[in-house]
Design a protein around this ligand. Structure first.
Ligand SMILES: Cc1ncc(COP(=O)(O)O)c(C=O)c1O
Length: 400
């Protein structure tokens, strides 16, 4: 008998955090390391949001709050859904948690029974399958290839649905690929879901505001209003408002589900941080005018990274619609050997050799369920990106 739970044996620690830790260790040892692993914007939380937090402290808003969010924030979230997504929700249909991560986790804990399946398009955000496993469910992955621009088709979704399917988990723009589904592409998927009334949709819209060129973000319940009664729309302030450390995420959906999620939260964290909730209130209700200039910067960085990585022999890098990631293929590097004599057998050995030989930290594709690839986060300075991409080009040129 082991002391640790059997459930814990089913999950693995976050590989993205492992890469960041290894990069930090090398840095501490004096190596010149450029980290392209972090999933957070490199700019600061806007001043008006910080000021709102300070004001909340001064006003004594430092006590426990309602379990799943203060009423003012729930009102602001309803207004946000109406403003940005044409979705009408009332406060009892809204929940606020300690990051989008807790909201997703609450939803799985509140709904999954052993044998319940959750369809997850791959490549996926690293936490999805493990959250499903922790909650006792079964992740069912559906592979979206590079040739399909990392998007699954209606036929693939149809083929993955069984009588045990409880949720279809959707994420656009995506972590780790940046791929964003157009309205037509999403409509093809929601048409499939209309034929399977027992399947609910959990949509993770965390990168909604990080969309470039003429890409128009849309969300399932907006594209197919008849799915409203079985959709949980998840979002948060972490990425768009550069508030990863404040830990506020939220969701809206049917009241019965929101109530069940509240029960889970009431017995775990009690409520999200009172000060952060007041900061998120300002984020959603305050000026949104910094979003567009930030997106100009992100789009410029994406263009830089895509064009440079495509100059590296053996690498093919698609140009995605949003988020701050690209997910190049290294199929052309497999089987080759580095100038240091290391053989590239898969994307993990590629990422390890790249870090050891050049000091560039990226996350290998196997962590996201599609290989052989790696993820680059371009939420860092142009100068760092240029230098990192040049090192990747030189590394690939050295392979033989
Ligand atoms: C796709 C996706 N969903 C959810 C989250 C969680 O965000 P939060 O910081 O709100 O927990 C992340 C964070 O990396 C993400 O990439």
């Amino acid at each position: 008998m082991t002391f640790l739970s059997a459930t814990l044996n089913r999950v693995k620690p976050s590989p993205t955090i492992a890469v960041t830790t290894k990069a930090q260790e090398l840095k501490a040892a004096g190596r010149d390391v450029i980290g392209l692993g972090a999933g957070e914007p490199d700019f600061d939380t806007p001043q008006n949001i910080k000021d709102a937090a300070v004001a909340a402290i001064a006003a004594g808003k430092t006590k426990y709050t309602a379990v799943d969010g203060i009423p003012e924030l729930k009102e602001a979230i309803c207004a946000k859904f109406a403003r940005d997504n044409d979705l009408t929700y009332a406060p009892p249909q809204v929940t606020v948690g300690t990051g989008g991560k807790q909201v997703l986790y609450n939803a799985f804990m509140a709904t999954l029974n052993p044998g319940d399946e959750v369809i997850i398009p791959a490549p996926y955000w690293v936490s999805y399958p493990d959250m499903v496993l922790l909650a006792g469910g079964t992740p069912v992955t559906v592979e979206a290839s590079l040739e399909a621009n990392f998007k699954i088709t209606a036929d693939q979704l149809e083929a993955a649905i069984t009588s045990n399917t409880k949720w279809f988990l959707f994420n656009s723009p995506s972590n780790p690929t940046g791929a964003g589904y157009s309205r037509d592409e999403l409509k093809a998927l929601t048409d499939v879901l209309m034929r399977h009334p027992h399947v609910w949709v959990m949509t993770d819209d965390m990168y909604e505001h990080l969309a470039y060129d003429d890409f128009k973000f849309c969300t399932p319940a907006q594209v197919e209003p008849r799915l409203y009664d079985r959709t949980l729309t998840v979002n948060g302030v972490s990425k768009a408002y550069a508030m990863t450390g404040w830990r506020i995420g939220y969701a809206a959906g049917p009241e019965v589900l929101i109530k069940a999620m509240r029960k889970v939260q009431s017995q775990s964290t009690s409520n999200p941080c009172s000060i952060s909730q007041n900061a998120a209130l300002e984020a959603l209700n305050g000026p949104q005018d910094f979003l567009a200039p930030n997106n100009v910067i992100f789009a410029r960085r994406r263009d830089l990274v895509v064009s440079m990585l495509n100059q590296a022999p053996g690498i093919v890098c698609p140009n995605p619609e949003g988020a701050f990631y690209v997910y190049p293929s290294i199929a052309g590097c497999i089987g080759k050997t580095t100038t240091q004599g290391k053989r590239i057998d898969n994307d993990e050995t590629f990422a390890t050799a790249l870090l050891e030989d050049t000091g560039v930290a990226v996350v290998f594709g196997a962590a996201f369920g599609l290989s052989p690839n790696f993820r680059v986060s371009y939420a860092t300075s142009d100068a760092a990106l240029k230098e990192a991409c040049q090192r990747i080009i030189d590394f690939c040129k050295g392979l033989s």
